[in-house]
Write a protein that binds this ligand. Structure first.
Ligand SMILES: Cc1cc2nc3c(=O)[nH]c(=O)nc-3n(C[C@H](O)[C@H](O)[C@H](O)COP(=O)(O)O)c2cc1C
Length: 316
């Protein structure tokens, strides 16, 4: 099997990418869909998994374990492939029973758990005993090293470009990825500002073994934030195709349509914003729990307020 990468002056056929991340997670392509509160629900998650990546549900979208269980079952009805459940451990204004979310995901046989926002240490035994792989998402090298020491299976490093809650430290992906790759022994996933095949190749060149995309998946018809997705015909497999550079004439890739997929990063962001991924969209509304504004990547929304270092461990 080959992977098709389109470039300005031609198409490259590469052998299928097998990395420690694809092997660890049992997926075809080293591409993960980042959990997005309120947005990464069964349809999006299943579509990504069906296309050979790893879709990830966001547990905190659901008020309790019962509703998370229903969503996991709904996802399983839509895909037979692996998918994950993210439990974001950021401070919240409501009481959250994190243990219940983990328990439900594990009882339902979910094999990939992702944590973010704080150290997963209190839940490590529960996750291990439940037989799942644990991915932990961080925005700082020191948190990546701590996660490795705790025994997580892989780390995702998130640059300041990322959507959601980018790092208060303002360090970008191209700085973080190679340093994390140099210092970690466990596999590394890169996130933050990656939106096309060049981003995937760049992240791999910098030492990552997989990429995680959030903002790019907002502009898919399976994402509830995307009001025009159905009409314009973008879909998740198109997003994955574009990761592989297979840009189609029918414009499956919003930022690539019309220029053969050569859209610049600002154009990518502008295209996503136009399509509802920006601050005015549901993805840009105020975070219910901690009151900060969530954003799609590259947005004009004030990111996590500077000067609040220490409020949390990492990007989510
Ligand atoms: C609207 C939105 C909501 C997000 N919500 C969460 C979340 O609840 N938990 C989490 O761990 N990450 C969250 N993220 C971060 C993504 O999982 C992913 O790490 C990030 O989007 C990658 O950067 P990118 O947007 O530049 O692709 C969110 C991202 C977006 C865009």
């Amino acid at each position: 099997m080959y992977l098709t990468l389109s470039y300005a002056d031609g198409i490259l056929f590469l052998p299928m990418l097998s990395t420690r991340i694809t092997q660890l997670l049992g997926i075809q392509h080293p591409i993960l869909q980042g959990a997005m509160q309120w947005l990464s629900r069964a349809e999006l998650v299943a579509a990504v998994s069906n296309a050979g990546g790893l879709g990830i549900l966001s547990a905190l979208t659901f008020p309790d374990g019962k509703e998370l269980r229903e969503e996991i079952r709904k996802t399983r009805n839509l895909t037979t492939r692996p998918f994950g459940v993210n439990v974001t451990l950021l401070p919240t204004s409501r009481q959250v029973n994190y243990g219940e979310y983990f328990a439900v995901a594990l009882e339902e046989g979910v094999k990939v758990i992702e944590t973010a926002g704080r150290s997963p240490e209190p839940y490590l035994k529960q996750i291990r005993d439940g037989g799942a792989k644990l991915l932990h998402k961080v925005a700082r090298i020191r948190d990546a090293l701590t996660a490795e020491r705790l025994g997580v299976d892989a780390v995702t490093i998130v640059g300041f470009e990322a959507g959601g809650h980018p790092s208060a430290d303002c360090v970008t992906s191209f700085i973080l990825i190679p340093e994390a790759a140099d210092r970690l022994k466990i596999p590394l996933i890169a996130a933050g500002g990656i939106g096309d095949s060049r981003g995937l190749v760049a992240a791999l060149a910098l030492g990552a073994e997989g990429v995680m995309l959030g903002t790019r998946f907002v502009a898919t018809r399976e994402c509830p934030a995307h009001p025009t997705g159905f009409r314009e015909g973008h879909h998740t497999s198109g997003a994955l195709h574009q990761q592989h550079g297979a840009v189609h004439e029918d414009g499956l890739c919003p930022e690539g349509a019309g220029d053969g997929g050569k859209g610049s990063q600002p154009r990518r962001t502008a295209a996503l914003h136009q399509r509802g991924a920006g601050p005015q969209s549901p993805s840009g509304r105020r975070h219910r729990e901690c009151g900060h504004t969530m954003r799609a990547g590259g947005g004009a929304t004030a990111p996590y307020p500077l000067g609040q270092r220490g409020h949390r461990e990492s990007g989510s």
